[in-house]
Write a protein that binds this ligand. Structure first.
Ligand code: GLN
Length: 492
């Protein structure tokens, strides 16, 4: 079979169960594609071919026994922020270039337990700080729709791998948009779950009160399958919530849109820098949802201007604290011939961290320092609460809130935006993390350069099933999610 990479997760699951093909054949098919096509895309940091074939053979045995999990034998790629026992985990940094974790992240362990096959670890912005994946120590990844453009970030490798059909599904993490924005830039569906739904154990921490793992795939249905595997309480993560997990696949239904009240925040569609093509495509998608029975309601989200400054205080503050563990002593990069302990700390961190990570450690350390703590950090926490309240008030009147996922389509590689220009590109995604809400990106068309545009739907707490169902129904009535980049059409 030459087109196994075109099958959805449901089709792969059925094909494996009915022995139309084996997990080994499927895995070899993807490994061949990676070997041929990934040198152009550069989505993988590490390809784990040998491990993958061992896992595939084990899945084939389980499949023969008739007692395999629905996803047994299906390959996936993990963002290189999830710790994998025995396999390098770099977080896109020189600091962890040679780091091999002694344990698996819970997300990885759950995927293994379900019999999913790990194809490898995919590229990302260094320590998940960025929106282009260019800050990776391992170099930039290409956007499959235009290789001289970025795939977005920080989960850019995950998005590029799926969009080039180099993995059927991938894990990502989202601290301020890192699942939704790359999904938007690469024409994919990506879900950022409610804070606490997916365990953070073994996910290298950026900003712990905002970080959340989730699925990236070609469709809402594919995302639902992966959510069924990775969601759930974990005693190893104290912020993980002990709440029953939905069956996201069984809950997908074709009636989620009828009567759905979709809030359209006035402030969101007047943002300077909102690209006209993006605005037009998002409005067309909302029109389509209206035709399908949704009710569009104009709403106010008055805190919009506070999103970027609030996030860019809290996230760096938490990052400066989380990243203090990288000191050159126990693991990670260590400088050559330190003269004393101070020199060891200073040079290991100066040489091991890239420029953006150092910038954020400096900002965060400043905001947390004595004398500035109340003026900056405490103030930002108060504003964060107001942002959350703004959403909760909106949800009294609407079921979900619509927005673009990003004000623009993918940037050119090397566009070299200033830090503040780059941060402003996160305007539509940051507040969701500050409030801990779930949100999804769905592809809704292309701009004049044939680059994908994404619609974001923000839900109330624990509404993952609803968000997946809305997008699923939209995808049953449109075909944007079936479009493939030319490079994905290449055969290995
Ligand atoms: N672009 C945002 C940042 O650089 C979000 C990144 C993320 O979600 N990990 O912080």
């Amino acid at each position: 079979m030459t087109d196994l990479h075109r099958l959805s997760i449901r089709e792969l699951s059925e094909g494996l169960k009915q022995a139309q093909f084996s997990s080994r054949e499927l895995t070899e098919h993807y490994l061949k594609r990676i070997a041929k096509i990934d040198p152009k895309v550069k989505s993988y940091v590490t390809v784990t071919a040998e491990h993958a074939l061992v896992e595939a053979d084990a899945a084939d045995v389980a499949l023969k026994s008739g007692h395999a999990h629905a996803l047994a034998g299906i390959p996936l790629a993990h963002k290189d922020i999830f710790c994998t026992q025995g396999i390098k985990t770099t977080a896109g940094s020189k600091m962890l270039d040679n780091f091999i974790s002694p344990y698996d992240a819970t997300v990885v362990a759950k995927a293994k337990a379900a019999g999913l096959v790990t194809l490898g670890k995919v590229n990302m912005d260094e320590f998940a700080m960025g929106s282009t994946s260019e800050s990776s120590y391992f170099g930039a990844t290409g956007n499959p729709w235009a290789l001289d453009h970025v795939p977005g970030g920080s989960s850019g490798g995950s998005a590029a791998a799926v969009a080039a059909d180099l993995a059927p599904i991938a894990t990502g993490t989202d601290t301020g948009g890192s699942i939704r924005q790359p999904a938007s830039f690469c024409g994919l569906t990506g879900l950022k779950p409610t804070y606490g739904r997916v365990s953070r154990f073994g996910m290298i921490a950026y900003a712990s009160s905002l970080d959340q793992g989730g699925p990236m795939a070609r469709s809402a249905e594919d995302c639902a399958y992966l959510m069924n595997v990775i969601a759930g309480h974990d005693a190893k993560d104290s912020t993980s919530i002990n709440k029953e997990v939905d069956d996201y696949v069984a809950n997908l239904n074709g009636t989620a849109v009828k009567g759905l009240r979709i809030g359209i925040p006035k402030q969101y569609f007047n943002v300077t820098g909102l690209d006209a093509n993006v605005k037009a495509r998002v409005e067309e998608s909302l029109k389509k949802l209206e035709e399908m029975g949704a009710i569009l309601v104009e709403i106010d989200l008055n805190m919009t201007e506070a999103y970027v400054p609030t996030y860019y205080l809290i996230a760096p503050a938490e990052a400066s604290s989380n990243l203090s563990r990288f000191d050159g002593v126990r693991y990670g990069y260590r400088c050559e011939n330190p003269v004393d302990l101070m020199d060891l700390y200073k040079r290991s961190r100066s040489e091991g961290f890239g420029a953006e990570v150092q910038r954020r450690i400096l900002i965060g350390t400043y905001a947390l320092s004595a004398g500035y703590y109340d003026a900056y950090y405490v103030k930002a926490q108060k504003v964060r609460r107001l942002i959350q309240q703004d959403f909760l008030k909106a949800f009294e009147n609407v079921d979900v809130i619509a927005a673009p996922s990003a004000p623009t389509t993918a940037y050119k590689i090397g566009a070299n935006l200033s830090p503040t220009e780059m941060y402003l590109g996160d305007i539509y995604t940051l507040a969701v993390n500050l409030a801990g809400l779930p949100a999804i990106n769905a592809p809704v068309g292309f701009d004049k350069d044939s680059l994908p545009v994404g619609l974001q739907l923000i839900g109330n707490y624990w509404s993952e099933s609803q968000l997946l169902s809305i997008v699923h129904q939209y995808q049953q009535n449109t075909d944007w999610h079936t479009k493939r980049a030319a490079i994905a059409e290449e055969n290995a």
